[in-house]
Write a protein that binds this ligand. Structure first.
Ligand code: ZN
Length: 477
């Protein structure tokens, strides 16, 4: 067992060295590796398979909502970037620019897209002519580049993968409604696919997207009590429609500007999964996105009939729609147990000569690390399906309980500081002024994550003036 112990000890302590724990987990489970250019990441097959599952689940929800996929160019003329004043100011520090190509200096520099409002706005301006063309709702799955100074795999990298949806509507009501309904779609997705509870709400002016009228976000609490912004939706009003001449002739014959909105989630969601559900043994993957949902480990696999029985079970489970794999490598069963536990596979089935003889199997569930024998092989499909469902439920409830227990109120800055120091989100009143928001950042290194739907506070946590918004403050990734 020495080899196994060594295996576990290679991961830093989750409670006392969380950042190192994260790095150990993403590298040792082969989710990612560092790219040769500083700040870039290589998503390895095991990590990419999680992304594909996220993508498939999310994409089917978009399609059910009536959104169509398209693809827009990676390169954006710099002149586009400068058309919306706030947008260019917000993104300028992060934009990578192509100045040379084909061995010559370009006439106009080209931005490598940090987000595509401008180029999609430009195209919408061409495509939209009459009220009959509206609404226009497109989404693209692509990469974007934002030159970041400090980077961490999945959480903040110079290049990442995401989806960005963009819609234009005839009225502000419709565009605002879509902004909220996409936030709702994200929240449902987080709950049912990632087993992750989130707080949703409107962002403050300081935290909103550059160029938006209003930004809404979903925030998830990580193992260390810090917040991870896991998805955002933006209502743009007519800011981009005016900048890019997105105009239509309305039913009454008059020419009007449309109202646009956008929404996005990225490979950051993989970081969210890792830091929401992971434990000392490594990853704990939610069954809906786990590349392998059940691994079958043969016991005494050289004995006659063992591997055959494992393969037969694998075939049955696969036919039942379960992502399953037999680990028939030369490693010892104990080594395999540790390996697959570290990789977060939700269910492990152990099958040896005695099990096969008695028509039973031993089953281990990764979320609780409980192991039970005596499960009937003949019922395997139903049993494993049921178990995957119960693991999803349990992961969500566990994370929800942690979040509920760790949202604390504060009446003053010291209480707020004590709250975030204790790994909590702090719910507090705010007068709405930028100075007080800046003061929270300076005093407690915490930021306004989202505003609560209702103001239930009496006074501002900083200045004591009447509260205008109740805000969730936290330290954030
Ligand atoms: Zn104040």
């Amino acid at each position: 067992m020495a080899k196994n112990e060594q295996f576990v000890s290679q991961i830093a302590d989750i409670e006392t060295e969380f950042p190192q724990w994260y790095t150990d987990v993403v590298l040792k489970t082969k989710l990612v590796d560092y790219g040769p250019v500083k700040g870039t990441m290589v998503i390895r097959p095991y990590g990419y398979a999680i992304w594909e599952n996220i993508q498939r689940e999310m994409d089917s929800r978009f399609k059910a909502a009536g959104v169509e996929n398209a693809y827009f160019p990676l390169l954006i003329p710099m002149s586009f970037m400068t058309k919306e004043a706030e947008h260019v100011e917000g993104f300028a520090p992060e934009v990578a620019v192509v100045t040379h190509a084909g061995g010559a200096k370009l006439e106009e520099p080209l931005a490598v897209r940090p987000t595509s409002e401008t180029i999609i706005g430009h195209m919408m301006g061409k495509w939209v002519e009459s009220w009959r063309d509206l609404p226009l709702r497109v989404n693209q799955w692509c990469n974007v580049m934002r030159w970041e100074k400090t980077t961490r795999p999945f959480l903040r990298t110079s290049e990442f993968l995401w989806q960005e949806g963009h819609s234009v509507y005839a009225t502000s009501e419709e565009a605002e409604r879509e902004t909220l309904s996409m936030l709702q779609l994200y929240e449902d997705f987080a709950k049912t696919v990632l087993c992750m509870p989130v707080l949703t709400g409107r962002k403050t002016e300081k935290e909103k997207f550059a160029g938006a009228v209003a930004t809404y976000g979903m925030e998830a609490m990580m193992h260390d009590g810090k917040s991870l912004q896991s998805g955002t939706t933006h209502y743009m009003g007519q800011n981009f429609a005016e900048a890019f001449d997105i105009q239509f002739t309305d039913k009454d014959g008059t020419l009007k500007h449309g109202y646009t909105m956008s929404y996005g989630v990225s490979t950051r969601l993989i970081g969210a999964i890792i830091m929401t559900h992971g434990d000392q043994r490594g990853l704990v993957l939610p069954p809906p996105v786990a590349p392998v949902q059940a691994v079958i480990v043969p016991i005494a696999q050289k004995k006659e009939g063992v591997l055959e029985a494992c393969r037969a079970l694998e075939e049955r489970l696969r036919a039942a729609g379960i992502r399953v794999k037999v680990d028939d490598s030369d490693n010892s069963p104990g080594w395999k147990f540790n390996e697959w536990e570290m990789k977060g596979v939700p269910v492990r089935i152990e099958l040896g000569p005695r099990d096969i003889e008695s028509g039973k199997m031993t089953v281990f569930r990764r979320d609780t690390c409980e192991k039970g024998d005596g499960y009937l092989l003949s019922d395997a499909e139903e049993l494993i399906h049921g178990l995957l469902g119960s693991i999803s439920d349990n992961l969500y409830l566990k994370a929800q309980k942690r979040m509920q227990e760790r949202i604390v109120p504060a009446d003053d800055l010291d209480a707020l500081l004590a709250g975030v120091n204790g790994g909590c989100f702090v719910r507090a009143g705010w007068c709405g002024c930028r100075e007080c928001e800046d003061r929270v950042k300076e005093y407690a290194q915490a930021t306004a994550r989202v505003m609560a739907k209702e103001n239930t506070s009496e006074k501002c946590v900083v200045c004591g003036k009447p509260s205008v918004h109740t805000v969730f403050f936290a330290r954030a990734y």
